[in-house]
Design a protein. Structure first.
Length: 85
């Protein structure tokens, strides 16, 4: 696993329930502000329940995809956690 991937996982693990970060913000916090697409790809391949990838959204406010049931499931999970959408 690359250092960037480890950093992304660390950042995403730190997102608290009810909060969200954009792919770009995660990329920046992980050390590469131009790697938002790479963050999206990492989240699409994430099946580790300890990494709450559903809390990462697009910069335009759209939820983006979710590999465990699509955008509808992502929205439901975020709402249950108290996120303001």
């Amino acid at each position: 696993m690359s250092t960037f991937t480890e950093n992304v996982h660390r950042v995403v693990k730190g997102i608290k329930k009810g909060q969200m970060m954009t792919y770009k913000a995660v990329a920046t916090a992980a050390g590469n502000p131009k790697a938002a697409r790479a963050v999206a790809n990492l989240m699409a391949k994430n099946y580790n329940p300890d990494i709450p990838c559903h809390r990462v959204i697009r910069s335009d406010g759209a939820l983006g995809g979710y590999n465990r049931g699509g955008e509808t499931v992502k929205k439901e999970i975020l709402q249950k956690e108290g996120a303001i959408l």
